[in-house]
Design a protein around this ligand. Structure first.
Ligand SMILES: [Zn+2]
Length: 333
């Protein structure tokens, strides 16, 4: 399965395609599931190419964005709209790719919702596997539909910035089990007190079993961290994985986030160190230093960082081996 997509600055292809091919995976035949957690640029770049390369895969995205309203709105507002981003463009490209295959539902296009079984595999001599979506919650789904629908009549007349339920509140969280190894992929799901993560944690019907590996939600931000995620969804000393996010003055994770995550688990890894963009106005000497530092940093960073976590799925108490590539590093001192 491939979850989200990214394309490195010096690369032309989505990273997941290069990686799977390097391991000898026949993408066209063997990839069974492609999941878009949400449509933000940092999660969706190259996804249309992934979908095209994996014609046998079932495409899954959040039910909160997979509504007629969302697609209609995205198309009606067009390129001049404030809401249009390369993420929306990419998402539209994915949808037209699926349209080209015939009816989306006929082709196994699925909407992720709370506690939905997306995939199950059983085969003799292989450990069984299953993939569940844990979000969007019913509350998030309903709110998204209501808000998007309320914006529709204005879509053609006014180019207004759309402010529906945040994409992050509609983000897909996945729970994966292969043999005895369980993985929680937190997407970019942010908490609103009493909702979203709270709904996941307090649900009596979610798949049971604590995960040993956690893709930390929303780049480790404070508003995506629910303390009970660590005590009720994850095993003791889970492996935490995340990517940094730097855009428009927002840098994640912040120092305080790093401290919080490392208090939860010592085994946290990040694909690249978070950097803060340089301020606009500064003295020439400072400018020069920053340029130097940035240049060195880029050189040190090289291509997009990559973390690989592997476990023997047939073992009843699997231990996870983490490997770091191209700038990825341990987060905790
Ligand atoms: Zn993100």
């Amino acid at each position: 399965m491939i979850v989200d997509s990214c394309v490195g600055e010096q690369e032309s292809r989505p990273a997941a395609l290069d990686y799977l091919e390097s391991m000898g995976v026949d993408i066209a035949d063997q990839v069974k599931l492609v999941v878009a957690t949400h449509w933000h640029d940092d999660h969706i770049r190259g996804l249309a190419r992934v979908v095209r390369a994996a014609p046998k895969a079932r495409f899954v995205c959040s039910a909160a964005i997979q509504t007629t309203e969302f697609v209609t709105l995205a198309k009606a507002t067009g390129k001049r709209s404030m809401m249009t981003s390369s993420g929306i463009d990419e998402f539209e490209e994915v949808l037209s790719e699926l349209d080209g295959r015939g009816s989306r539902l006929d082709r196994g296009h699925m909407f992720a919702l709370g506690e939905r079984l997306l995939y199950r595999h059983t085969a003799r001599r292989h450990p069984s596997a299953e993939v569940w979506s844990l979000t969007p919650s019913d509350i998030a789904w309903r709110a998204a539909i209501t808000e998007l629908a309320s914006l529709l009549p204005q879509a053609r007349r006014t180019k207004r910035r759309i402010a529906p339920i945040g994409p992050n509140h509609a983000s897909v969280v996945l729970w994966i089990r292969v043999g005895h190894v369980r993985v929680l992929l937190g997407g970019d799901l942010q908490e609103t007190p009493g909702r979203h993560w709270t709904a996941v944690i307090s649900s009596p019907t979610r798949p049971t079993g604590r995960s040993a590996i956690y893709k930390i939600a929303h780049h480790g931000s404070d508003n995506a961290d629910h303390p009970e995620t660590w005590t009720r969804l994850l095993s003791g000393d889970p492996i935490g994985l995340l990517t940094p996010f730097v855009q428009g003055g927002v840098t994640l994770p912040a120092a305080i986030d790093v401290a919080r995550m490392c208090a939860r688990s010592r085994e946290v890894f990040i694909t690249a160190p978070p950097t803060r963009p340089a301020p606009r106005r500064r003295e020439r000497a400072v400018d020069r230093t920053i340029k130097e530092v940035t240049r060195n940093f880029r050189r040190a960073l090289g291509p997009m960082g990559h973390i690989r976590a592997r476990a023997v799925t047939s073992s009843t108490s699997p231990s996870v081996a983490v490997e770091l590539f191209a700038g990825a590093r341990r987060l905790c001192p």
